[in-house]
Ligand binder design. Structure first.
Ligand code: NAG
Ligand code: NAG
Ligand code: NAG
Ligand code: NAG
Length: 326
């Protein structure tokens, strides 16, 4: 390619990259977590119109559980002391009107963001304004189908996909639960590294798409991203992206009884059920294995949980007499 054309192409892709998206940013670690606030800043810096709506308190591990508030904020108040006891069940940061909390589970928070906050913020119903829901980056990885269902961060994303919105869930390797006030401001702060990876992915997704005419993702489809571990003494700062799948090296819990306490204890088991490749491209590497190295894995999921025809047909045939009422 002649140099001139290359320059033109670069300029063009830059121009489309800065066409701002209307983004709802949510998570499960609360509206005050270092990762979500750093990501808010990074997405704003890329020219996106971002409204952050996060749970009032830590809601890790809630999956798609849908719990709505029935009272105002109760003791001990919002995460990291951000919301006083007795404050309304949802509210806004006084200094920044794009930052909201809601006292519900992550999936419920995503629904509140779409149904109540989006119309306030964008002046239109979500289905006429929101281009993308970004959930995370979570404090800790969520690799494989078992953690997909368990993670509140992914729960908010699959709720959004079920509602018809393109959504991305991101889960970072560093699992330290920290307030945005602990962000060092350094580029190498794990929250800022996770935010940079998130912004990079959103730019790639938006490139060349006119969201007034086209969706960012097909209906019923979302993306689950797992970022590697960032932290002091770890030289991973610019992980490359790898297309991955949810199965392959994935874990599920196995229980045993503790000989001392008598209580059940959980261990990670790489079981065959959670690793059965039934959908998609089975040649892609498993996200669990790859995200353990300095790479960011990108798995495309759908919320159609039906088994593929080839797998379901023999089961349906076997149950044929039942369906025929015999
Ligand atoms: C919740 O807070 C709102 C706004 O401050 C207030 O109007 C309402 O009375 C409160 N509700 C309860 C049950 O405390
Ligand atoms: C958006 O949703 C409303 C109902 O909530 C519906 O009446 C309207 O047709 C939808 N618009 C689009 C563009 O899908
Ligand atoms: C995660 O990030 C925190 C905050 O920078 C850091 O203190 C911690 O060491 C990191 N964890 C790991 C395992 O690197
Ligand atoms: C980064 O750390 C890994 C593991 O400690 C090491 O193998 C690798 O050589 C380091 N890379 C650089 C560029 O320092």
């Amino acid at each position: 390619m002649p140099a001139k054309t290359l320059v033109a192409a670069v300029a063009l892709s830059f121009a489309s990259a800065v066409a701002g998206l209307n983004i709802i940013l949510t998570n499960d670690d609360s509206w005050a977590s270092a990762n979500i606030r750093a990501t808010f800043t990074a997405l704003k810096a890329d020219g996106h119109n971002v409204v952050l709506v996060g749970p009032a308190v830590q809601q890790s591990g809630r999956g798609g559980t849908f719990v709505l508030p029935t009272s105002n904020i109760t003791a001990p108040g919002g995460e990291f002391g951000t919301i006083p006891v007795g404050a309304p069940f949802f509210g806004q940061d006084l200094q920044n009107q794009n930052l909201w909390y809601f006292n519900g589970t992550p999936a419920a928070t995503a629904a509140f963001a779409l149904d109540i906050i989006a119309p306030i913020h964008f002046g239109k119903p979500a289905n006429q304004s929101v281009d993308l829901v970004v959930s995370g980056p979570n404090e800790g990885n969520n690799n494989g189908p078992f953690l997909y269902t368990l993670s509140g961060t992914i729960g908010a994303a699959y709720l959004s996909v079920e509602r018809g919105f393109p959504a991305i869930a991101l889960s970072a390797g560093n699992n330290t639960h920290r307030s945005f006030t602990t962000n060092t401001g350094a580029k190498t702060d794990p929250a800022n590294l996770a935010a940079a990876v998130t912004a990079q992915l959103v730019t790639a997704l938006a490139r060349g798409v006119n969201t007034k005419k086209q969706r960012l993702l097909p209906l019923g489809v979302g993306i689950s991203v797992n970022l590697p571990l960032f932290g002091p003494g770890n030289n991973c700062t610019a992980p490359r992206f790898v297309a991955s799948r949810m199965t392959g090296g994935a874990i599920v819990s196995q229980l045993s009884l503790d000989p001392v306490t008598g209580f059940p204890v959980s261990a990670n088991l790489v079981a065959n059920g959670v690793n059965a490749c039934l959908n998609g491209n089975c040649k892609l590497p498993g996200e669990t294995i790859v995200s353990a190295t300095c790479q960011t894995v990108v798995s495309v999921f759908s919320v159609d949980y039906d088994a593929p025809t080839v797998v379901a047909a023999p089961v349906q045939a076997h149950l044929g007499p039942l369906f025929r009422g015999q």
